[in-house]
Design a binder for this molecule. Structure first.
Ligand code: SAM
Length: 155
């Protein structure tokens, strides 16, 4: 099973890249997580946010393979504890399909992406800035791996 994170937005501040890399580099080869960025949509004029979100949605959907299990990061999704995430990740492995996690841009994920997703996962009831979501997601995936493998990181 391969896990990918597809995130809207490029050229993040260095603390975001460092934070994400810090956790993803610790993962072993059999739980590798690849990170891919997609361009922000154009934001100019009235209704620009809605249009940009649609554009971003098309870009994300074009990068998803037909057989991948899609999970949308969505504030209105289901809250998972770290233990639940570890159980989910174990199920993903048993299922055998590759997994792709989607992070939206400043205006969120397009409806088409939410509809394509099999699961919607909320990290918190708080709306978080998308750069911070990347770091939290990377850390939680590392924590899930540590739970599955009995590594002392999780306590
Ligand atoms: C700034 S937020 C977008 C806010 C937008 N109003 C919305 O409702 O999606 C950017 C992206 O970060 C992710 N995100 C933000 N807060 C989140 C949370 N608490 N749980 C899961 N994902 C979150 C989502 O993927 C969202 O599309």
């Amino acid at each position: 099973m391969k896990i990918r994170i597809l995130a809207v937005g490029q050229k993040m501040p260095s603390w975001v890249e460092q934070g994400v890399n810090e956790y993803l580099r610790r993962l072993p080869a059999d739980f590798k997580v690849q990170f891919e960025e997609c361009a922000l949509g154009q934001r100019r004029g009235q209704h620009s946010g809605a249009k940009a979100k649609e554009q971003e949605g098309q870009t994300l959907l074009a990068k998803i393979h037909p057989k991948e299990r899609v999970i949308a990061l969505d504030v209105q999704g289901k809250a998972w504890s770290s233990e639940t995430l570890a159980e989910q990740a174990t199920d993903w492995r048993m299922d055998g399909r590759d997994v792709v996690l989607l992070i939206g841009g400043p205006d969120g994920l397009a409806d088409a992406c939410l509809q394509r997703a099999e699961q919607r996962w909320s990290l918190s009831a708080l709306t978080l800035p998308h750069p911070l979501v990347r770091v939290v997601l990377a850390e939680q995936l590392y924590r899930a791996w540590s739970l599955i493998s009995g590594h002392p990181y999780h306590r």
